[in-house]
Each structure stands twice: as C-alpha cells, then as structure tokens.
Design a protein around this ligand. Structure first.
Ligand SMILES: [Zn+2]
Length: 214
C-alpha cells in the first residue's frame, strides 16, 4: 500500500479523534499529527514515503565518499612522497570515506540515515527526560534494518505503540492521544492486509500471511 494512502487514512483517523475527544478542535493538529505519523511508522522498515529522496541522497553520499577517499589518498601519498608526516585525521577520514563508498550499498546508507534520525530523536528524548520519545527514537533507528513487512507489521506492535502513546498523552495532557496513535498504527496493518502481499500479523509465532481480497 502506498504511503499516501496510509497518510490519508491516518489523517482521517486523527480528524475523527479530534472531533470525538476535543469537539472545540483546539488540539486537532496534535491528534492528526499523532495518527498520521503512526499510520506511516510501520513502513520505516522499507518503502517509506521518503524512500525515493533518501535513496537519491544515499547515492550522492556514496559518490562523495569515494571522491573524498580518493582525494585523501592522493594527499597522503603526496605528503609521504614529499617526506612529511601524514596527519592521522586525514588518513582516517580518507579510509572511512572510501570504505563507505566502496562497501556500503545505497540501501545500507539509506538505512543508516534513517537510523541517525532515530538516534537524534532518542537523544532529544533523553535530554528532555521523555521516555516515550526515547522509545520512538529507538523504533525509528531500528526499523530500517528489519525485513520489510516483518516485525513492524505485527499485532504485538499495537500495544507497544499505544504504550508509547500514553507517554505522549501524559506529556501533552491531551486526552485520547494514546488510543489515537494505536488506531493510526492499526490502520496501517489493516490497509496492508487488503493488499496482495498481505501481513504476517502473528510473526514470529507463525509466518501465516493474512490477506483479504477486495
Ligand atoms: Zn506497510
């Protein structure tokens, strides 16, 4: 299922929750934001909405890394031939850049970029003492390395997501955010169940793929 479809469903759930929980709509954007992010989060394990752009960026990073590596190697060679001592930082930067460029696939760099964002979110949570934000950060950092439609697309994620939502709800003092987030996440799995590839709801207990033809 495409990211835009998941997003649309998430926004609809958020709007519904806003009307239900705060009829004066003061917190509408919070409900919609929480539900929309929740509806998209499961696909951080692969083809997220950002994937195209991230893949492009990864390709560029790879190219730059090879260039930086070559330039550093040339610099080291030149310094060595000229009888200078070679600075360790330059040598290390060159070697690591070259390794990234030569050994990491575009996919791995893309995953690493997503993980970096997750680590940033977790660090923000840590600095603000917000455990749920640390949890979301760990999820973002971890998800890209999982098999697509693997663990993030299971029933077990719903209570976990709800639990993270309770932290957000307490933090913002906005009633119903936890259940809104859980519904957003659930909507993703439900929508994917309607696609030909289906969803392994009970993985790893069973690899049985649930799918409903529409
Ligand atoms: Zn999905």
């Amino acid at each position: 299922m495409r990211g835009k479809t998941h997003l649309a469903i998430g926004v609809a759930i958020g709007a519904g929750a806003a009307v239900y929980f705060s009829p004066d709509l003061t917190h509408a954007h919070t409900y919609i934001g929480a539900a929309a992010f929740s509806a998209l989060a499961a696909d951080l394990d692969g083809t997220s909405m950002l994937s195209g752009k991230l893949t492009k960026a990864s390709r560029q990073i790879r190219q730059y890394a090879v260039w930086v590596g070559c330039i550093c190697a040339a610099a080291v060679l030149y310094l060595w031939l000229a009888g200078h001592t070679v600075r360790l930082e330059i040598a290390c930067a060159g070697i690591s850049a070259m390794l990234i460029g030569l050994t990491m696939s575009t996919g791995a760099i893309r995953n690493a970029l997503v993980s970096l964002v997750g680590i940033g979110v977790a660090a923000l949570g840590l600095s603000r003492g917000e455990w749920w934000l640390i949890g979301v950060g760990v999820f973002i950092a971890w998800a890209p390395w999982l098999n697509h439609r693997g663990l993030t697309h299971t029933l077990w994620m719903i209570p976990l997501w709800w639990w993270l939502g309770t932290g957000l709800e307490q933090d913002l003092q906005v009633e119903g955010l936890a259940i809104t987030a859980a519904l957003g996440y659930l909507s993703h799995l439900a929508a994917d169940t309607l696609t030909p590839s289906g969803v392994k709801w009970l993985y790893p207990l069973t690899k049985f793929t649930f799918r409903i033809k529409v």
